[in-house]
Design a protein around this ligand. Structure first.
Ligand code: GLN
Length: 240
């Protein structure tokens, strides 16, 4: 078995080392004897072929970087929309999450998004920064992470990734964080999201393997004692 992971625009969208999420997916596949190939597509590359890609990763970036990347991303709108509608796995973090929506409205301009999700983002007063803990209805393990965003995202009738137990989330008020749509996981949780949350990483890998291999029976368990302890420590520290 083999999984091909595409890292989109690592040259611009890689805030707080979002790249570590790619390494985490790769290692957790290899440890189970499943091959993993990582390819990148940067702003200097032309055509984008995602016909044999199993997981697409879009990281976070500053408003400036999002403005640069947006026109490039829109050139591939149709391929990416079709990929998602066909059940393709897409993980988008922070700035990448915002760009999946209809638009991201800043004070002086509006960045057009891919409209893969029927959501929109508006810059608010001040930034929402800090540790965050979520509860997702499809995972036993709580999701822990760090958020830092000026944008507030309104997800309409979309299903959130999780309910905020500590932190801000999409727009501070609703108690919702991120979006789950088909095989899209979109979230404000930055940096080492997947190393901190092995159950979420395996959920994503399972979705990609199921889509590719009809006879896939499920991932073999790994020894996650340390990862689980670290996750649990953060939950205990922030959720009273
Ligand atoms: N520039 C966006 C914001 O501030 C996203 C930031 C990020 O990816 N951390 O809302």
């Amino acid at each position: 078995m083999k999984i091909k992971i595409l890292h989109l625009y690592p040259d611009l969208l890689n805030l707080y080392g979002d790249r570590g999420n790619i390494e985490c997916m790769r290692r957790r596949l290899l440890w189970r004897g499943i091959d993993a190939e990582v390819i990148t597509h940067t702003c200097d590359d032309g055509a984008l072929d995602i016909s044999d890609v199993d997981i697409v990763f879009l990281g976070g970036g500053s408003d400036r970087e999002q403005k640069i990347v947006c026109s490039r991303l829109l050139e591939h709108k149709k391929e990416l929309q079709d990929y998602v509608e066909d059940g393709g796995v897409l993980v988008a973090v922070c700035g990448g999450y915002q760009l999946l929506g209809r638009y991201y409205k800043l004070e002086d301009e509006t960045i057009e998004g891919l409209s893969i999700l029927d959501i929109y983002t508006e810059q608010g007063k001040g930034r929402l920064i800090g540790n965050i803990v979520l509860e997702a209805d499809f995972l036993d393990q709580k999701i822990v992470g760090f958020e830092n965003h000026g944008g507030r995202t309104y997800i309409g009738s979309h299903k959130p990734l999780g309910r905020v137990l500590s932190g801000y989330g999409n727009e501070e008020k609703s108690g919702a964080e991120g979006v789950v749509y088909k095989n899209v996981i979109a979230t404000y949780l930055h940096g080492p999201l997947l190393p901190k949350n092995p159950a979420l990483c395996d959920h994503i890998l399972t979705a990609a393997l199921r889509r590719k291999y009809a006879d896939f029976k499920g991932l073999t368990p790994l020894d996650d004692e340390l990862e689980n302890k670290a996750n649990n420590y953060i939950v205990k520290r922030f959720v009273k």
